[in-house]
Design a protein around this ligand. Structure first.
Ligand code: HEM
Ligand code: HEM
Length: 198
């Protein structure tokens, strides 16, 4: 079994934005379970503004994360996070899916590969999903503040936002679950992403 415990695997700036974005998303998911918005005389609760303002901070962090991906010299290349426009990368992704299926059939994890197409593509989808959630929430907030909250299009955006929220729970549980599984099976220690060593 190969291991990759080099904390230099991800640049410090990547680790900082990953940690900040993850914290914001955790606050978002937790606040979404109890938030109540002020509506027709009902006062709402503090979780609603917490969700809105942390969500807009999450949008800024997601944009900064994407900028880091574009500009960094070390870490997963953009084309691996978003392989959907390259036939060569799609073939690599397909092959890697089979490697993972075979490993799953033997109830094991594939040997760790720094450039594995499947985990990278899933990370990219997760980042796109979180960006879409934060952008749709912010879009709704701005138009709602302008008094356009009742517009059918604005309501549709909020409906899509809540739908993407369900997917975000799935991504969060899967991603964090696999991160801990890789850690305990010594395939990839958590400190590759959760360390502030430069
Ligand atoms: C909840 C919001 C989170 C989001 C949106 C997120 C997103 C991402 C993304 C996009 C990457 C790939 C980064 C890159 O290649 O540049 C990544 C990697 C990673 N994440 Fe997260 N993450 C989140 C939370 C967490 C949490 C809570 C943990 C651990 C407890 C975690 C552990 C890791 C690890 C260990 C990696 C490195 C994987 C590797 O190098 O192959 N993440 N995450
Ligand atoms: C990463 C950022 C975000 C995440 C992960 C997130 C997550 C969620 C989730 C999971 C729900 C579903 C709650 C439910 O139906 O039980 C939700 C609903 C909601 N979010 Fe967000 N959100 C984010 C950003 C924002 C932003 C920036 C705003 C506004 C400024 C916002 C406003 C709302 C509102 C108004 C609802 C209620 C939707 C409804 O009533 O159907 N969210 N969000």
């Amino acid at each position: 079994m190969s291991t990759s415990s080099d904390p230099q695997r991800h640049a410090l700036v990547t680790r900082i934005f990953h940690g900040a974005l993850a914290t914001a998303v955790i606050l978002q998911l937790v606040s979404s379970t109890t938030m109540e918005f002020a509506y027709r005389g009902h006062p709402g609760n503090l979780m609603a503004p917490l969700h809105e303002y942390t969500g807009m901070a999450a949008l800024a962090l997601a944009v900064l994360f994407w900028l880091t991906v574009f500009l960094r010299r070390r870490g997963t290349p953009l084309g691996m996070l978003v392989p959907w426009f390259s036939a060569r990368r799609l073939r690599g992704l397909w092959d890697d899916i089979w490697v993972h299926v075979e490993a799953a059939r033997q109830l094991t994890l594939p040997d760790h590969d720094d450039h594995a197409p499947l985990p990278s593509a899933v990370h990219g989808l997760g980042l796109l999903l979180i960006t879409g959630l934060a952008a749709s929430g912010t879009f709704w907030f701005v138009l709602h503040s302008l008094g356009l909250g009742g517009n059918i299009f604005v309501r549709l955006v909020l409906f899509l936002h809540a739908g993407m929220g369900v997917l975000a729970w799935g991504y969060f549980i899967g991603h964090v679950g696999l991160a801990f599984l890789h850690h305990v099976t010594k395939h990839l220690p958590l400190n590759v992403m959760w360390s502030l060593k430069s």
